[in-house]
Ligand binder design. Structure first.
Ligand code: DAH
Length: 336
């Protein structure tokens, strides 16, 4: 009887081809209600002699079944691992994963091309603080204490008495103190104004300031550099006009306007329907500013400009609302 049982058990074990079915076989023999377990339970009702002989035989049977299951398990697990490995084998004909490529923000693209143009003309590219002192942002630039620009309605003042720079011009005085004249430099960066926002106004926007300090500097030098800049950025001829403009830190001062490149002069929200965009205020550096920079205005002169970078980006890529620039909206950035 034992031989028959063993044979039957071994057959079941051999037929189990997965760890799951092998487990079922194990339970059916050795589980709480398994066949062998039941036989062992019946031992109690036997006479002592019979119980001993049969008990030994059943225990030997149990040992053999356990051993056979353990051996089978090794083979089954190995086969399952092999099958899994086969399934995971590299198939070079499958389509790959396409990594999502990042994009450069249009502001970054334009700053890069502005820097490129000026680097080729021998300009340094400098970086100055966004949190400024009142001196560098205003007084050093010949902007008196009662000037409307210093009103808290236009300027974000910090609790420590400093402020968020309202333009990149403070870099002019800093650059004159940092560099040995003659020199040329640009300083791009963020500026801040306490303003209501609309299609052409943001509280945070970008400018590039340019400054050249030398002996015998003229408006012609300045205009030439401005035209080199604009044709470089747009990659084609542009139309500009020069108007007189007042800024306390330049004398004479000018407004260089660009024919609106969003609407080609027909009128749109960006040019406020005028066909022209104020893009490049500029002028010859005021002697007081040169003095604040630690230089002698009878020896050194210069020209400066403060380019509205955000507006330039809008012109370059035909964007009709400045608020897109800092929106962080990927649908916008992915278009460039
Ligand atoms: N800082 C001025 C502004 O933000 C712009 C400006 C005007 C800069 C004339 C200059 C300049 O360098 O010469 O309104």
């Amino acid at each position: 009887m034992m031989d028959k049982l063993l044979q039957e058990a071994l057959e079941h074990i051999a037929n189990a081809s997965s760890t799951a079915t092998l487990k079922e076989v194990e339970v059916s023999w050795l589980g709480k209600k398994g066949r062998l377990t039941n036989l062992l339970k019946e031992l109690g009702s036997l006479a002592p002699d019979e119980r001993k002989a049969k008990g030994q035989a059943l225990n030997e049977l149990k040992r053999q079944i356990i051993e056979a299951i353990a051996n089978r398990e090794l083979a089954v697990v190995q086969a399952e691992l092999d099958a899994q490995a086969m399934g995971e084998r590299l198939d070079p004909t499958l389509p790959g994963f396409t990594p999502k490529a990042g994009r450069l923000h249009p502001l970054t693209l334009v700053i890069d091309s502005v820097e490129d143009v000026f680097e080729r003309m021998g300009f340094h590219i400098l970086d100055y603080p966004e949190a400024e002192t009142e001196f560098f942002n205003f007084d050093g630039l010949n902007i008196p204490a009662d000037h409307p620009a210093r009103d808290t309605q236009d300027t974000f003042y910090l609790t420590d008495g400093n402020l968020l720079r309202t333009h990149t011009s403070p870099g002019q005085v800093r650059a004159m103190r940092d560099l040995k004249p003659p020199f040329r430099a640009i300083f791009p960066g963020r500026v801040f104004r306490c303003e209501a926002t609309d299609a052409s106004h943001e509280h945070t926007f970008h400018q590039v300031e340019g400054l050249m300090i030398d002996r015998n500097v003229s408006v012609a030098h300045m205009l030439h550099s401005m035209m080199t800049l604009l044709t470089g950025v747009f990659g084609r001829q542009v139309q500009v006009r020069l108007r007189p403009g007042f800024f306390p830190f330049v004398e004479p001062g000018f407004e260089l306007d660009l024919r609106c490149m969003v609407c080609d002069g027909a009128g749109c929200p960006v040019c406020k329907q005028s066909g022209w965009v104020e893009l490049l205020p500029c002028g010859l550096v005021h002697p007081n500013v040169i003095r604040h920079g630690g230089l002698d205005p009878s020896e050194w002169e210069g020209w400066a400009f403060g380019l509205g970078l955000s507006r330039l980006v809008m012109m370059r890529y035909q964007i009709d609302d400045i608020r897109w620039l800092l929106s962080g909206d990927l649908r916008f950035v992915r278009q460039f």
